[in-house]
Design a protein around this ligand. Structure first.
Ligand code: ZN
Length: 329
């Protein structure tokens, strides 16, 4: 199991996931906990944290106060060393979860758990399951052994086959407000860091911000913004920019791209309302926005798609260049 898993639960509890935690505790107490959860998170909002918390909930030895956070089971989950917890991730960032990984998981889950109770599997990000892996998972979802909890964490559940989605209970995790994100980051890493600037570039994605150097984040984000503004203004070089972006910090830059597009969509929505009111005057000419809202949404989908399927470096460059060309007026 990866080291990253050990750290996510050691971060402070994100207060905006409290309703989901209350819901899961109530379901467990009532014996109605589903065997599969699909945590649909806004990127960076803590979906994986909630997945590990759910693992603690069912594996905790203090039934009355689960998850207590202090029993040996809870501590093992936090350290990602619990014998009845499996975490399945792509073997490399941006790659897919392969069928062999799912088959191995299925055979582990078919065995009796070490502790005689629950066994938990976390698949994160579940939207990285390729089609074959998703099919293999379906068998386990259809006939789950008793006391098994599968937790899928996804930012784009629409990438999963409907057959998978329909067999999981959906648990949405919203983005925190800016104030919630800042308070949480300060609690996690201290106040003396430029969190505001980092969130300006990333959007309200504190779990992405907390893992990065906020100074570097602000620098990369500012550079990403300058590049995008130049391209959208017709002053950029799509080829050179794509080459530069493809070399380093690709997921971070794509996240900045998403945030930049989202800001433009919001701005156009506001402007659209304004223009409708103003158009009553017959002599006002309508300024032509460089990209209409449909094109912005189209680009946003493709940037998310690219982030989810980061492949060989050559393809990244080509895909980025294509997106950059479409920004130009
Ligand atoms: Zn415990």
């Amino acid at each position: 199991m990866s080291e990253a898993a050990a750290t996510v639960l050691s971060l402070p509890a994100p207060p905006w996931t409290q309703p989901q935690r209350t819901q899961l505790q109530a379901a467990l107490a009532a014996g109605r906990l589903p065997h599969a959860l699909l945590i649909h998170e806004v990127p960076g909002s803590g979906g994986e944290w909630l997945a590990f918390w759910a693992a603690q909930l069912v594996l905790c030895q203090n039934r009355a106060q689960a998850p207590c956070g202090v029993c040996s089971a809870c501590r093992r989950v936090q350290a990602a060393q619990h014998p009845d917890l499996w975490c399945v991730r792509p073997e490399e960032e941006g790659r897919q979860i392969r069928i062999e990984q799912v088959r191995e998981l299925a055979s582990e889950l078919a065995l009796t758990s070490h502790g005689g109770g629950y066994a938990v599997a976390i698949l994160s990000p579940a939207d990285a399951l390729n089609r074959f892996a998703a099919n293999a998972l379906l068998k386990t979802l259809e006939e789950p052994p008793r006391q098994r909890l599968l937790v899928l964490v996804a930012t784009q559940p629409s990438r999963l086959p409907p057959t998978i989605r329909s067999r999981c209970q959906r648990l949405p995790v919203r983005a925190p407000t800016r104030a919630e994100a800042l308070a949480w980051l300060t609690q996690a890493r201290g106040a003396a860091l430029p969190w505001g600037a980092a969130l300006d570039e990333l959007g309200e994605a504190p779990f992405l911000a907390v893992a990065a150097d906020p100074q570097e984040l602000a620098t990369v984000g500012e550079e990403a913004r300058r590049t995008l503004e130049a391209l959208a203004g017709g002053n950029g070089d799509p080829v050179a920019s794509a080459e530069r972006w493809a070399r380093a910090a690709v997921p971070l830059r794509l996240r900045c791209f998403e945030n930049w597009l989202t800001e433009r969509i919001r701005a156009q929505e506001r402007q659209g309302t304004f223009m409708t009111e103003m158009r009553a005057g017959p002599y006002l000419s309508e300024p032509a926005p460089v990209l209409n809202i449909r094109e912005l949404f189209g680009l946003l989908d493709e940037v998310r798609e690219l982030r989810a399927t980061l492949d060989v470096p050559l393809n990244r460059g080509v895909a980025l260049e294509d997106l950059f060309r479409r920004l130009a007026p």
